[in-house]
Design a protein around this ligand. Structure first.
Ligand SMILES: CC(C)(COP(=O)(O)OP(=O)(O)OC[C@H]1O[C@@H](n2cnc3c(N)ncnc32)[C@H](O)[C@@H]1OP(=O)(O)O)[C@@H](O)C(=O)NCCC(=O)NCCS
Length: 184
């Protein structure tokens, strides 16, 4: 797993703790995916996190957000590995438990990821999502954070479901306020 420069590997803010995920968190992370009625991403997420905790995605970083000891959200990122491409990152699996939605947890996680990537001189952060209505709240969140739609791969997931790629240009986000008490 990639090394991250965080003092004591965790940050606490108003009872929320964001920390790097560890192997023991697999069940707690999967409970987030299970909390959604149709468990849309459950199987692909399970496969991803099993591989991640087995060390198969060693360039990826995964965080969990805990509230009173319960994992209620997760987010991660990875560096784009294409030859000659620098400062490009992908946001991975931003997910909040349905039982804890609309409490600002995804925003806190995304703020945190963006701050980490600023320190790494990121130029852009991309995220891929879907045209399915399940992801409409995520898209609202990305747009609120300044992401813009940059591409659409039509019929990617099925005849009626496209992949949509959003991008955040770090040159454009200097003005977004960040709660400095989250900084490590
Ligand atoms: C999308 C998701 C991550 C938002 O998590 P959350 O912790 O509820 O988000 P927050 O409380 O930080 O809300 C931040 C913003 O997200 C959007 N949003 C989140 N839930 C929303 C809802 N039910 N209705 C409308 N907008 C919503 C809004 O823009 C909101 O800002 P606002 O409160 O100022 O309107 C969460 O609903 C989720 O995990 N959904 C399923 C998984 C998913 O789609 N992940 C992204 C994969 S690409």
């Amino acid at each position: 797993m990639a090394k991250l420069t965080l003092h004591s590997n965790s940050i606490v803010l108003r009872g929320r703790m964001i920390r790097i995920a560890k192997k023991d968190d697999l069940e707690g992370i999967m409970a987030i995916f299970k909390s959604w009625p149709k468990s849309y991403d459950y199987e692909s997420a399970q496969s991803y996190y099993k591989n991640f905790f087995d060390g198969k995605h060693d360039a990826d970083v995964v965080f969990v957000l805990e509230k009173e000891g319960e994992i209620v959200g997760t987010a991660g990122y990875c560096l784009e590995q294409s030859e000659g491409v620098k400062g490009i990152y992908w946001l991975n699996w931003l997910y909040t438990s349905q039982h804890h939605k609309c409490k600002g947890y995804a925003s806190t996680l995304l703020d945190f990821v963006i701050e980490q990537l600023k320190k790494k001189n990121a130029r852009k952060l991309f995220v891929n999502t879907s045209s399915h209505k399940f992801y409409k709240n995520a898209i609202r969140l990305y747009v609120k954070f300044g992401f813009e739609e940059e591409g659409c791969l039509e019929k990617f997931y099925s005849e009626s479901e496209h992949q949509i790629i959003f991008g955040l240009d770090f040159k454009m986000i200097q003005k977004i306020p960040f709660d400095s008490s989250l900084s490590a």
